[in-house]
Design a protein around this ligand. Structure first.
Ligand code: ADE
Ligand code: ZN
Ligand code: ZN
Length: 260
């Protein structure tokens, strides 16, 4: 009996550890995809509906995480984040990671989706990846520092559990709310047309720098070993919602441009 209990607790620890890897978390990625879905042009809606065999963007938003443990897809691991050297300040193409990064990933997905000679399978794959990566781009710690793995090495307590600041932003705050992805998507706050247009302005690197600047502030606001709970959530949940919303609006913009 003791052995069974031990094995079960090891299983639980492994299951928990695995969940920690999942970026915005399933709910966050789906919320962003759902917001994008409701801002697609008619042309984009039709093309995407065809390509995904009738499924919506939220349905495929976690594909890029689901394939992570499959050795055949190992090379896509570094595509989920981008670390900009604080000394350099800007993203320098020539010094980017040889394994690829989030900037490379999004550019590659857009390129394949625009490429008339790419196969349907290639397009399907890169559309699913793109939906996920634009979400990742808006989780500020996915544009964090390399030395702490985007905050993964900054240990904190989340209420009474061990966690890290990356995971607090990926999933702890969102999960604490216990909202479904559709409830979250409906509750990111109303924006005027002008505000939406302003969010959709700019290009990929502008969005990367915005997320990176936000990460810098968040690094300043946490200490290794700190205990976080209600105070942190009340202070930061509005930013989480705003990031999910921005991710959705910008994903729609990228897709509408591809299918215009
Ligand atoms: N996840 C794993 N490694 C990371 C890094 N270096 N930056 C951001 N997110 C990560
Ligand atoms: Zn993450
Ligand atoms: Zn990811």
């Amino acid at each position: 009996m003791k052995k069974i209990l031990f094995l079960f607790s090891v299983f639980l620890m492994c299951a928990k550890g695995h969940a920690a890897d999942s970026d915005w978390g399933k709910t966050g990625h789906r919320a962003t995809a759902e917001i994008a879905q409701s801002h697609l042009s008619k042309e984009a809606q039709k093309a995407i509906n065809d390509l995904l065999d009738g499924h919506g963007l939220a349905f495929v938003a976690n594909y890029a995480d689901d394939i992570k443990s499959d050795a055949a897809y190992r090379k896509y691991g570094p595509w989920h984040y981008v670390n900009i050297d604080p000394e350099q300040d800007t993203y320098i193409e020539a010094e980017a990671s040889e394994d690829g990064d989030l900037v490379h990933a999004i550019r590659k997905c857009v390129k394949v989706l625009k490429d008339k000679s790419a196969s349907r399978e290639e397009k399907q794959f890169h559309l699913k990846m793109l939906v996920h990566f634009v979400g990742d781009l808006h989780q500020p710690f996915h544009t964090g520092h390399s030395e702490d793995k985007g905050g993964n090495d900054i240990q904190v307590r989340w209420f009474n559990d061990g966690s890290n600041i990356h995971r607090v932003w990926d999933s702890e705050m969102i999960n604490f709310y216990q909202m479904s992805y559709t409830e979250l998507a409906m509750n990111t706050g109303r924006l005027s047309k002008k505000q939406k247009a302003s969010i959709q302005k700019g290009e990929l690197l502008d969005w990367v720098y915005e997320s990176r600047d936000m990460a810098e502030d968040l690094y300043d606001g946490v200490e290794n070993g700190e205990k976080l709970g209600y105070r942190y959530m009340y202070d930061h949940m509005p930013q989480v919602l705003a990031q999910l919303q921005k991710g959705g609006l910008r994903l729609a913009k990228v897709l509408n441009d591809i299918y215009s």
